[in-house]
Ligand binder design. Sequence first.
Ligand code: NI
Length: 395
Amino acid sequence: MILHKIQEKAAQYFPEVQAIRHHIHAHPELSFQEHKTSAFVAEKLERMGIKYQRIATTGIVALIEGKNPGKRCIALRADMDALPIQEKNEVPYKSKNNGVMHACGHDVHTSCLLGAAHILHDLRDEWEGTVKLIFQPGEEAHPGGASIMIKEGVLDNPAPAAIFGLHVYPHLPSGTTGFRPGQYMASADEVYITIEGKGGHAALPHQIIDPIAISALVITGLQQVVSRKANPLVPSVLTFGKIEGGFATNVVPDKVEILGTFRTFDEQWRYEAHSWIKEFTEHTCAAYGAKATVEIPAGYPSLFNDPILTERAKDWAKGYVGEDNVHHLDMRMAGEDFSFYTHHVPGCFFRIGTSKGNTEFTAPVHNAHFDIDENALKTGMGMMAWCAVNELAGL
Ligand code: NI
């Protein structure tokens, strides 16, 4: 049975994939600067005899053809970028790049996809169709590597009928997987507000336009976006993470800047909310004689897991890791640029548990102590190959 062959190969290639992960982890690169990581991936593909092309500067797209390659195409995606974090783990594969760390597990995703590639390439006489491997840059930074890859045609020639992506998940132990059909992760848009008033002496409020006092009204008033404007059945978050303005107790500045993020799950409401935030801020500022500039560049859309595809993948996972090791996930307000693909192709973005028995390797992602129980690599590479084979077989 092909399931057992995939499991055997995942065990066989585990040391190789572990070494790949150690190399990528030790040499992390920031978003859109993944030149060495990309060259490393290309070299591994070349060694396996897999044809690839460069796309979107550091991105790579490769094809593995099975029997009857024109039959159907399925895409598997990994992201390659790291974060501006100083690693605090004392491990042999600790980051050698100061202030840069694979703290979101993208080293794991890339390694797992290379492992899956090896397995699928070995077994290419046992499945029909084509597997498209997508190694993308810049998941962590706007506008998102996925959006650039799509613009440059990563989903064309051949167009995949479905796409799978995985992500590390320290809240579950290694050997487990997590799925959520339907809405899974929120859209994420950055909000930039500038309030320009007229600065001056703090003792002469009647001669100035105080952007600090007005910013307080704007921030308080904007809480109504979520509490009064959003449909309570659609999760939404508006959070301000930065406010800057002023110099001293007795000086009123000319301007205040407020930075934040808006997240939700409904694409129509997402843009209505943008307009509401803009208009409310402009009108409130105008009422006090100040000028507002509001910019909300579109970030990542919400991530929608195709319900049928994801239910199918969940069943395959039960076959791969056992029923008890397949978990149902909650929705998350975090964003993920895999969402761009899911707005073009039916997609399934799932999790692989990476803690050790829920007691070790529990540091969350984006944390200087994040690391994984590497047994998760076996689950990750195997599940990617297993999903591709099943979906190509049209099971
Ligand atoms: Ni990530």
